[in-house]
Design a protein around this ligand. Structure first.
Ligand code: FES
Length: 106
């Protein structure tokens, strides 16, 4: 089972098991990673699952669609490596991915 390493806003590392096909958001919520609120339940309409993907692996992800890009622009601290965790499905290839949870989910 692939693992995701979430780093919460306090800088604490959480090593989480993720099922292939499951979103990063669901893996984080199921493991109670602090900072991922996921208020819309994964429907890409709240941006409260905002996180930063490690730069080295960002290009291996399918790019965000227009809806996700629009939502990311609404976040308080968007960066080039910003993603909404509910829009990134886990794969075996992403084993060990490092995801930094954004400090503010508004
Ligand atoms: S959970 Fe709402 S946008 Fe991701």
């Amino acid at each position: 089972m692939p693992k995701v390493i979430f780093i919460d806003p306090e800088g604490i590392e959480h090593r989480v098991d993720a099922t292939v096909g499951q979103s990063l958001m669901r893996a984080a919520v199921d493991s109670q990673v602090p900072g991922i609120e996921a208020m819309c339940g994964g429907n890409c309409i709240c941006a409260t699952c905002h996180a930063y993907i490690e730069d080295e692996r960002l290009a291996t992800l399918a790019p965000p669609d227009a809806t996700e890009r629009d939502m990311l622009e609404c976040t308080s601290e968007p960066r080039a490596n910003s993603r909404l965790c509910c829009q990134v499905p886990m794969t075996e290839a992403l084993d060990g991915l490092i995801v930094r949870v954004a400090a503010s989910q508004h």
